[in-house]
Ligand binder design. Sequence first.
Ligand SMILES: Cc1cc2nc3c(=O)[nH]c(=O)nc-3n(C[C@H](O)[C@H](O)[C@H](O)COP(=O)(O)OP(=O)(O)OC[C@H]3O[C@@H](n4cnc5c(N)ncnc54)[C@H](O)[C@@H]3O)c2cc1C
Length: 379
Amino acid sequence: MRVIILGAGFGGLELSTRLSEEFGADADVVLIDKGEGFVFGFSKLDVMFGRTTAEAVHHSYADVVKPGVDFVQAEITAIDPVAKRVETTAGSYEGDILVVALGADLHPDLTPGLVEGGHEFYTVPGAFATADVLAAFEGGRVVVGVCSTPFKCPPAPSETALLVHDFLTERGIRDVSSVDLVMPLPVPIPPSPAASEALLTAFAERGIGWHPGTLIRGLDPERKVAEFADGTEMPYDLFLGVPAHRAPAVVEASGLTDDGWIPVDSLTLETRFPDVYAVGDVTSVGTPKAGVFAEGQASVVADAIIARATGGEAAHYDGTGICYLEFGHDEVAKVEVTFVQGQAPHGTMDDASQANAADKVEFGRTRIARWFGRDWTTV
Ligand SMILES: Cc1cc2nc3c(=O)[nH]c(=O)nc-3n(C[C@H](O)[C@H](O)[C@H](O)COP(=O)(O)OP(=O)(O)OC[C@H]3O[C@@H](n4cnc5c(N)ncnc54)[C@H](O)[C@@H]3O)c2cc1C
């Protein structure tokens, strides 16, 4: 049974690893990605704030050496979900099962003025380039803003505002600076009232301006002003933006999407095409767009494929994930959230601590050990 996995991010790496662990050399998996390697989302913030280097957080796909998994570095140019066949820059591949794990593409160009007058920190090159911008910053008005919904890792803008505060404080320029956070959500983390309250308290204690319920519509680079969707204007010296997200164009062209993303069965991750699954950011499954959810969904698809081969029972997706939340001061909170269709999302929070920071390091270490077969530590 040949399984073609499109995309070697959080979802694709977990799924290929599970299948290799289960079937060994008999796995018959083709894993396709156009990139040279994987970078954790949270590593983008680590590089941006000078805690580590770009080289240290790059995990080369050359290290994905797993029994039964053939990694192909190529761009996918067409997907035929009926034939379960893809065209790539390295030829075509056809499988018995297709799993789309292509994530979300980022489009800074869709926000007027962002490319010319601001810095997006969600792509790998954008975050790494912002490290130099921050290092050269001499103080002033910093605005962290979300330009469009949906966006990955909803806690990341809040984390960024707190880390900007620490960064400016350590450089002795916090008192000549302001930090403001513009978010479309009513509270920082809607499914976890405790986490939202802790963040709002942290913002207040640090003098970070909190502007909920609105988006950044555009920047006016000449006047150095950020324009909110509700008509408010805010002057800035340094704008750090979360750009617009879209499903990759190849996915949109495949007929798999509705309203921009791939609808899937929320329990099995199957698309409306038989034997075609989709996991992670590219779906509209109802969980936030975050790596832990992509990983959990990939694990359910792995169970289904294993059950099909062995005649066992497949598990259903439970919509649960743990998010680590950087609070600054080297402390991290742990938020567990559950998203089940038909129920209000709910979550619990474990307060910011150094113990949770160590937990987050362990989270990264164990993934890299399983996916890439090597030792690694986040910072
Ligand atoms: C600043 C920041 C911080 C974050 N922090 C966290 C965190 O702490 N915890 C957490 O869980 N999540 C975090 N995230 C979110 C997380 O990175 C994503 O949600 C996660 O990577 C999604 O996994 P995925 O498998 O769906 O897609 P991805 O990991 O994005 O993988 C998709 C893959 O598809 C490939 N691809 C796309 N198009 C093509 C094509 N045409 N041909 C070939 N290959 C293609 C890409 O190269 C990519 O490797 C963060 C994100 C950001 C930006």
